[in-house]
Design a protein around this ligand. Structure first.
Ligand code: ATP
Ligand code: MG
Length: 413
């Protein structure tokens, strides 16, 4: 029988890969906790309307990338392509819209039907932070600072550039939108078919186009700056001032609009040049109207999401494989003692494994293969004296240790 393969665009995360992923997630989780964020887990599939209504009908995600299907009951469900919509749905479902602010961290798989390549998968993992409630620029600065801190603790902040933009308030955007329509309409027939459609529905989105056909027209497009209202301009200036205060370096990029429809004011991306076209590792901004779109009251919020695979690839080194101690019983008579030793070591938080079979030589080879830092050998002599022979693989030293002292002796320095 031909062996089955993982579905295109999905992959198994094992060994070094897994350690990289786990390190990214654990680092983000711990850093988010220092900012007072709590972790939420929402279902990985939702009523299709959770995404279709909120992400906007011109986003690539909604028009091309969703895994949507009818379940056996005939309901349309969608594997979540991102988690902000699900978090907002959960905020409303759990009647938390009056308990603000909510500061939410999440980590988990997302699903998008995309063309798979390095750093782009059909099932991938995101970490993310949502700060729901505050409308102050301070919140925008805090959410960006959290992202920056995570990248710093991961040791990759020097690999990325923070690109910042504002999408203004509704009034600014209406004026800007008109200017964009005027600009792009002049080239209507030369735009990609997608952008021709965006021209009708959401011209800002053209700025986010990845189609080479659109590039030249995007470069010549007007920027939002002259269209910002006074208060939108002041908001943006506050965010920038806070970032300067925090010594978080950034550049302004007026082309950043983000892929989804629900943003306003701050939009930002942390970008690296090391991953080719998949250079955005973390992206976010301020969104209004999304909670309202879920049936809640109008609620301001600001957030980001980051791709775990892309962050994991940027880590200079994978976290080292853990090194267990290997317990080696010689003969069936010694197995009960070996079991007790294992139990005591594990209860002391020490990673301990037993070599199940073979003579001393075979079992020592096995201990080596699993990268053991020490072997604990129990033969008949040791049993008689209530000791074990401990061989330290890094020093080569071999000593006899009383059984009761093993956990203390083997505690990792
Ligand atoms: P891109 O421009 O790369 O398509 P996006 O704008 O669609 O990204 P977002 O929806 O903002 O991405 O998602 C946030 C982050 O999630 C991205 O910056 C990226 O790191 C990661 N990400 C998005 N799509 C994928 C994917 N298909 N595979 C792996 N990571 C992804
Ligand atoms: Mg995308």
């Amino acid at each position: 029988m031909e062996p089955l393969q993982p579905i295109r665009g999905t992959k198994d995360i094992i060994g070094e890969d897994q350690r990289r992923h786990a390190h990214v997630i654990a680092t983000a989780r711990a850093t988010a906790a220092t900012y007072g964020f709590d972790e939420w887990a929402t279902p990985i599939f939702e009523d299709t309307r959770v995404f279709a209504r909120t992400l906007g009908d011109t986003s690539d995600v909604v028009t091309k990338e969703m895994y949507t299907f009818l379940d056996r009951g005939g309901d349309s469900v969608t594997l979540r392509p991102e988690n902000t919509a699900g978090i907002c749905r959960a905020l409303v479902s759990n009647s938390l819209t009056q308990s603000l602010p909510q500061k939410i961290f999440y980590a988990g798989p997302m699903f998008r039907y995309e063309r798979p390549q390095t750093g782009r998968y059909r099932q991938f993992n995101q970490i993310g932070a949502e700060l729901i409630g505050p409308s102050e620029p301070l919140a925008d600065a805090e959410i960006i600072a959290l992202g920056w801190d995570i990248l710093t603790v991961l040791g990759i902040s020097h690999e990325v550039v923070l690109e910042l933009n504002t999408l203004g308030d509704a009034e600014s955007r209406t004026a800007y939108r008109a200017a964009l329509i005027a600009h792009f309409t002049a080239y209507r027939n030369e735009l990609s078919p997608d952008s021709q459609e965006r021209l009708e529905k959401n011209p800002l989105r053209i700025l986010d186009s990845k189609d080479p056909k659109d590039r030249a027209f995007v470069e010549q497009a007007p920027t939002i700056a002259p269209f910002l209202t006074e208060s939108a301009g002041a908001f943006y200036n506050s965010v920038k001032r806070h970032l300067v205060q925090l010594k978080i370096p950034f550049i302004e990029n007026p082309r950043i609009v983000r892929g989804l429809d629900y943003y306003s004011h701050t939009a930002f991306e942390f970008v690296t040049t090391r991953l080719g076209a998949q250079g955005t590792v973390m992206a976010g901004g301020r969104y209004d109207g999304l909670v309202a779109g879920m049936g809640g009251p109008p609620t301001p919020a600001v957030s980001w999401a980051a791709g775990v695979e892309r962050l994991a690839m940027l880590l200079a080194e994978a976290p080292p494989a853990p090194r267990p101690v290997a317990v080696i019983p010689l003969g069936e008579m010694t197995e009960p003692t070996a079991l007790n030793i294992l139990q005591a070591l594990r209860r002391a938080g020490i990673r301990a494994e037993i070599a199940y079979r073979g003579n001393l030589k075979r079992r020592m080879e096995r201990a080596n293969k699993i990268g053991a830092r020490a072997a604990i050998i129990i033969g008949d002599d040791e049993l008689a004296n209530n000791v074990a022979t401990v061989r330290d693989f890094s020093s080569g030293a071999q000593t006899q240790i009383a059984l009761d002292d093993l956990p203390a002796h083997l505690a990792e320095k």
